[in-house]
Write a protein that binds this ligand. Sequence first.
Ligand code: 4AD
Ligand code: MG
Length: 477
Amino acid sequence: MKRIKIKQLLVTEPKGQQVTVQGWVRTFRNNQFIAINDGSTIQNIQAVVDFNNTEESLLKRITTGACISVTGELIPSPAKGQTVEIKAAQVEILGDSDPEKFPLQPKMHSLELLREIAHLRSRTNTFSAVMRIRHAMAYAIHKFFNDRGFYYIHTPIITGSDAEGAGAMFRVTTLDANNPPKGEDGKVDFKEDFFGRETNLTVSGQLEGETYALALGEIYTFGPTFRAENSNTTRHLAEFWMIEPEMAFYDINDNMQLAQEFLQYLVRYALKHCAEDLEFLNKRAQEEEQSKPQDQRSELSLLDRLKFVSENDFQRLSYTEAIEILKNSTPNKKKKFQYLIDQWGVDLQSEHERFLVEKHFKKPVILYNYPAEIKAFYMRQNEDGKTVAAMDVLFPGIGEIIGGSQREERYERLLKRVQELNLPEKELWWYMDLRRFGSAPHSGFGLGFERLILFVTGMTNIRDVIPYPRFPGNAEF
Ligand code: 4AD
Ligand code: MG
């Protein structure tokens, strides 16, 4: 008999029909009630076993974690909170699970413990809800861009360019690590390597993306990105996914507008299409809040926060204005942000960003026109001679969720900047060519996919919103 997914079964009218479900046992109570989940929804279906007429040896194998197939009549459920259940006529064990050894018990486990068993945490409500939402967001991203006529461009994962300067890179090599060929100067000779040169995993698809924006108009990338920075934080991964739209004929204002519309679309999409999972995660986040001291609890619930962001304009603010606000602010009763006084030009720390978003404006903020010195070489230089047309979108509880800019499209200006920063001019020849042949004003930004998922799910550690997190010292799975 063909199996039916639980999600579909739950909205099927029970008319005495025979159905088959297959899934994993969440609980088995009183030798009678099996709660089964097959991952199609956060909800379980209950199957009721006639234990008087079932072999003892079979009943013993219906344990939390076991995989089973149940066939029986679909009937209205007398139990609270469910509309239908299955009167099991036949139970088949597809995969046993020794209850003494199975690490997931039917109770809340700490996220720390679950990280140690990343191959099994997918069987919990929390992780299956997060991953269903992750899927929905990936789909919505493609839909958003497709509906607006953007093309999806696959930029390379292995690259020779290291010009982005976004972070330390992972080297890709086929050379013998113990005995690499060396040149006369004693340094490793990459001419003998697979590509005949030094190569790395990409830190961003932007520069390659730009070459397609200046041909197809509006494009986006969506791929894995690698940074070997040693940041052991709840916001950084060594392997994360980034979405990078790049648009010809957009200036910084068009760029900011697109970033806001994009994020609001994604949040609205989640509210509309992931309601059940969000409801569950909302409760989960509320319980977590309760365990915090009163003054650290957030004022809004997860669902309220999502609604708020999806409906309200983001605050736009120049870097210089932000510094003025911060200089005159007292984040806690005693001290001002001492370190910022007379320090125009410094990079903002996450405590400053959080203050602006969570305390001062109480909404997402787009900061723009940053000092050139703290931003990448390719950002468009403003006429004031000291700032560039950069923009960061800052979100409550997350900090920077998007980074982007209008790009420097003027050949002479860009060349001068490359030389000032001692960047490898020769390796950037193709990037410079874009400015020599039919250059155009253009802009783009990068959204950290996992930071988006953190925001939408209300999870608090980025390691819990990707199936197999990569961070310093961790690549077990
Ligand atoms: O600000 P970033 O470094 O910008 C770029 O890479 C540009 N090339 C983007 C562009 O203009 N096309 O990174 C963009 C975003 C950040 O705002 C953050 O959300 C995310 O990528 N991000 C990370 N997410 C998880 N782990 C890390 N180590 C991250 N580094 C950046
Ligand atoms: Mg950034």
